[in-house]
Write a protein that binds this ligand. Structure first.
Ligand SMILES: [Zn+2]
Length: 419
């Protein structure tokens, strides 16, 4: 009897203590991202960093701190699967040459706050000079600077003279980017070195690119043998791998080698579409950047050879990716932010809708789909008990007009209001 009484008392004390520490976020509506429906009279209960309950008309425990967002609509914090958080548009081409690693890192800290305030509470960074994205990730995790949760790649792997090498220098400078690796042995070495220095994900440049000199986005750069070695090693060591790939050959080779996502995918063809569906490989289209880059090429002094490539590749990408979307290739949201200013990431949604997605499908790419690609489905991507309390609120009706996400009014990361 005594034992029963004391356990009842203990339970009562625990309940009172936790209600006082609970935060309740209220809003007129909440988007159920899985079903693409709206829940009215939304309540999200939060204890510390995590959500404990969420739904319509939930009872709010006595003593909870209430944040009432009135007529706004709640969504889970957005996820961008393709950023270069330490870069800026002005750094494209020759802009980067005189910029030191410490200076690049500070640009990253500035961009991290801008990205977070735009409603992107998680990003996957796929390519940064030095290990600046990894340093920034750690500083954010240590609470030293504000920013989104980051999965970081460090320097991307690429062939000599390829998209991810330093292609703007004359031979006498003898420069080579940190991630350059030719042949299976070097590729394994650099994969392992990136993991040694903290890479969460392995980024590979599988084809030529737009913002690099002397290469063709349509040609493949790594061989199947090299790709299999890198991706196999990444997987064995518990990391996913992402391939920058514009051309059809590079897309096919990467998918056959077991890649987790194709970035850009500009020249995806029928065979690539078929393979990606079979292998359930995510495509991360990065399409809005084309509008911004071509409009602002002069302002950022984009070198002419790079602008000429952009004008050919980017319109073609919309046609081919439109086909991939209609065919049902799995899509995860990504922007390539750095090619255009950080904070404008949500402009990608309207392009996805233009290419045939419903707003609900477009929102899913930046929530449940991106969380799945990142391997973080247990942490982020939906407003559900057990997940981080990463929430945003917008005016308007995002399920009718996805551009509502371009004006995020309120942001919470891990239970702390950041905007
Ligand atoms: Zn990129």
């Amino acid at each position: 009897m005594k034992a029963i009484v004391s356990s009842v008392l203990l339970f009562a004390c625990a309940a009172t203590a936790s209600a006082a520490g609970i935060t309740a976020v209220k809003a007129a509506h909440m988007v159920d991202v899985r079903n693409g429906t709206l829940i009215d009279n939304a309540v999200v209960l939060i204890d510390g960093e995590r959500i404990t309950a969420a739904g319509g008309n939930l009872a709010i425990p006595a003593g909870a701190t209430i944040i009432d967002l009135g007529n706004k609509t709640l969504l889970p914090g957005l996820i961008d699967s393709h950023t270069h958080i330490t870069g800026r548009p002005e750094d494209a081409g020759y802009g980067i040459i005189a910029k030191s690693i410490p200076r690049i890192t500070l640009t990253g800290a500035h961009n991290a706050l801008t990205t977070l305030r735009a409603g992107f509470t998680t990003i996957r960074d796929v390519g940064a000079d030095g290990y600046t994205d990894i340093g920034l990730r750690d500083a954010i995790n240590d609470g030293e600077v504000p920013g989104p949760r980051i999965l970081a790649s460090g320097p991307p792997l690429g062939i000599t003279g390829g998209h991810c090498d330093d292609t703007m220098h004359a031979p006498e400078y003898k420069t080579s980017a940190l991630g350059v690796a030719d042949g299976v042995d070097e590729a394994l070495k650099v994969t392992r070195r990136n993991i040694k220095y903290g890479a969460d994900v392995i980024k590979i440049c599988a084809t030529g690119g737009v913002l690099s000199f002397g290469d063709d986005p349509r040609t493949s750069q790594y061989t199947l043998e090299e790709l299999k070695a890198i991706i196999g090693d990444a997987h064995r060591l518990g990391r996913k791998a992402a391939a920058h790939a514009h051309g059809g050959d590079g897309i096919r080779l990467s998918v056959l080698a077991g890649i987790d996502s194709i970035e850009h995918g500009s020249y995806i063809d029928d065979e690539g579409i078929k393979l990606m569906k079979e292998h359930k490989t995510y495509l991360v289209p990065t399409l809005y950047l084309g509008d911004w880059l071509i409009d602002n090429a002069e302002a950022i002094k984009l070198p002419k050879p790079l602008l000429d490539k952009a004008k050919v590749v980017l319109p073609q990408a919309r046609i081919n990716i439109g086909k991939a979307i209609k065919a049902g290739v799995p899509i995860a949201f990504g922007t390539d932010a750095a090619v255009y200013p950080h904070g404008l990431n949500a402009r990608e949604f309207a392009v996805l809708v233009k290419l045939g997605m419903t707003p609900a499908q477009a929102i899913r790419t930046a929530t449940v789909n991106a969380a799945d690609l990142l391997g973080w489905s247990d942490k982020v991507g939906s407003i559900e008990a057990g997940k981080y309390a990463d929430l945003i609120a917008v005016d308007g009706e995002p399920l009718k007009d996805v551009r509502a996400l371009e004006q995020v009014q309120w942001v919470m990361k891990g239970g702390a209001v950041v905007k």
